[in-house]
Design a protein around this ligand. Structure first.
Ligand SMILES: Nc1nc2[nH]c(I)nc2c(=O)[nH]1
Length: 270
């Protein structure tokens, strides 16, 4: 992967990836980009008409996803409002240890295709005990516990309103029942101990996950407006009495797919 060369320029590789996407999809410019996390995969099918599906591995800087069941694709979707959505189903997680440049490459590539809005979705654990598995929540802010950043050098970037209040208001106008919470990105791949979940709670976190925060910082650096949404697929360790199971996580995502895909379909054209 060209991004594994420490002397490479990640922004040049994002431009190359964007040019490849334009060539392979025949679409000059994309207006909005979505990264679909666990449980959100179905959204791509219903937000509009997919006119091209690329294998992520065919686009410079992308690689085969580590999560089973996550087909590594990049899709160009024509929305009902004639805008173009780039749907990235090929997230690289920080826990794969390929470095933060690979984690945020999809966001930088989306920006290079012209997208001004970045929708970051994920599956996550819930700390609020009023949430049940299958509940989608808006991300209002984040706690970045990776001790890392996609920014290099003296790039001091403001992160206030990182998760756009304007886009959250649009989402809540579509579904007034949507709650919101602070997303805590842990490095993973292990889940948190109950004590670590309590630590996140004490620090003001409501959601625990292993993605999104670093991608959001890179999206802000690229000047994009960001909407983050988590599908609470399990209550975080210690919040619920039974131990976590990956199967439960996958099932909760499946059950919620219809509702959250319909929600996204309305948000992208709002
Ligand atoms: N860190 C963390 N990530 C997750 N992803 C999913 I799905 N559930 C969890 C969780 O409970 N903790």
């Amino acid at each position: 992967n060209p991004l594994d060369d420490p002397t490479a320029d990640p922004f040049a590789i994002a431009q190359l990836a964007a040019a490849t996407i334009t060539d392979l999809t025949g679409v000059e410019k994309h207006d909005i980009a979505l990264t679909l996390g666990s449980g959100w995969g179905k959204a791509a099918d219903i937000i509009g008409e997919t006119t091209a599906t690329l294998a992520a591995a065919d686009v410079p800087g992308f690689s085969k996803p580590a999560l089973e069941g996550h087909v590594g694709t990049i899709r160009s979707v024509l929305l009902p409002n004639n805008k173009r959505a780039l749907v990235i189903g090929a997230r690289t997680h920080y826990y794969e240890n390929h470095g933060v440049r690979r984690v945020v490459h999809s966001v930088r590539t989306a920006a290079a295709t012209g997208a001004k809005t970045m929708i970051l979705t994920n599956g996550a654990g819930g700390i609020k005990d009023t949430w049940t598995p299958g509940t989608p929540v808006l991300i209002s802010d984040h706690l970045n516990l990776t001790a890392d950043s996609p920014l290099e050098g003296a790039t001091f970037i403001d992160l206030t309103d990182l998760y756009s209040k304007r886009l959250r208001a649009i989402a809540q106008s579509i579904d007034p029942s949507l709650d919101e919470g602070v997303y805590t990105q842990f490095r993973g791949p292990h889940y948190e101990t109950p004590a670590e979940v309590q630590m996140a709670k004490i620090m003001g976190g409501h959601i625990v996950g292993m993605s999104t925060a670093l991608e959001a910082i890179a999206a802000r650096q690229a000047g994009m407006e960001i909407l983050g949404m988590s599908l609470i697929t399990n209550l975080a360790a210690g919040i619920q009495t039974t131990p976590l199971s990956h199967e439960e996580v996958l099932q909760a995502g499946k059950d919620a797919e219809e509702q959250i895909s319909a929600l996204l379909a309305q948000i992208v054209i709002a």
